[in-house]
Design a binder for this molecule. Sequence first.
Ligand code: PMP
Length: 404
Amino acid sequence: MFNLENIRKDFPILSRKVNGKSLIYFDNAATSQTPKQVIDVIVAYYSNYNANIHRGVHTLSQEATDLYEQAREKIRRHFNAKHAHEIIFTSGTTHGINLVANGFSSLLKKGDEIIVSALEHHSNIVPWQMLCERTGAVLRVIPMNDDGELVMSEFDKLLSEKTKLVFVNHISNALGTINPIEYIIEKAHQVGAAVLIDGAQSSPHIKADVQKLDADFYVVSAHKMCGPTGVGVLYGKEAWLKKLPPYQGGGEMIAEVTFEKTTYADLPHKFEAGTPNICGGIAFGAAIDYMNRIGFKAIEKQERELLQYGTEKLLEIEGLKIYGTSEHKTSVISFNLEGIHPYDVGTILDKMGIAVRTGHHCAQPIMDYFKIPGTVRASFAFYNTKAEIDSLVEGVKKAKMMLS
Ligand code: PMP
């Protein structure tokens, strides 16, 4: 049973003041807040279990290893990966993407093509540009339309036997558009290309089933899902992970080392060099437990209502334009007030205790498309309320009055 009042009590930060006002947190697409159930796990870890994992015979090390591996299993179950060793712990989405991009350096040749979309975060553009520089592969871009949707007929035209990789986000962080990844994956596979889905923005809202989607890679960050910063996972199909070379060398990722030759450990350790973020991984497991206890159906329903309510209310303000008007979108409202810089609106809202993000949201090509320097982005989570949206609307009206 979804009880918003009780849920809000789980998040200590929601009762703090900012600039003398009750915090209203609408920057969830940048990072989500952390419930006490996850904070408690972090405290318990450093109070009781802190030890290095996988290599100790002593009790603490074994207990920490068990907790870490249990978290991997929770994450496997959540995303419905076939094997736990297909879940690679990373420092976040950016790390996961770079790991895959680096791995493909030895698998691509000059003239091969990589497709990304016009809706990508910089972390899903720059690593592929770097890969193209290393290999001579060519980057192609699926264009978007005025609603902030990808134009699938253009994607169809880009696909050919030259296409080796396709990278798209499941949900755009700048506009909230939900991309038709099922179609993209199916079509890309028809020409033999591998598909990486950037799930940084979808994972807090939608429970993805990587086997059903048939994604080759799916990357997420824990901090967008009520977990801590500095940890995430890369899901990769076993066959691909076996094929890709390791990203980093070091301890933990080897089978045997001599100065003549080193052999690599089996999955997942081949991609997990060095001491990982052990506490972070365990806390990520706890965050996934927390979100599943609330239930993704209830989360989606609450966020859909917030999005609809917020969109209607904000559009009542004259001169306010929303960017990203697809029917298929999730809880992000990116907007501008006519003739007013988004930074100024964000600064005034902050004075009222309202946290929104302003700027290009690491998605400059989208801003270029709309010919704007950036937007004000209010992004909702399941713990936000309609009353908070009312305060946002009042705040935006005040900002408009002060800045016009
Ligand atoms: N992709 C998308 C769509 C994102 O929203 C983000 C975070 N803003 C990232 C990638 C990068 O995630 P991280 O900074 O956690 O590596």
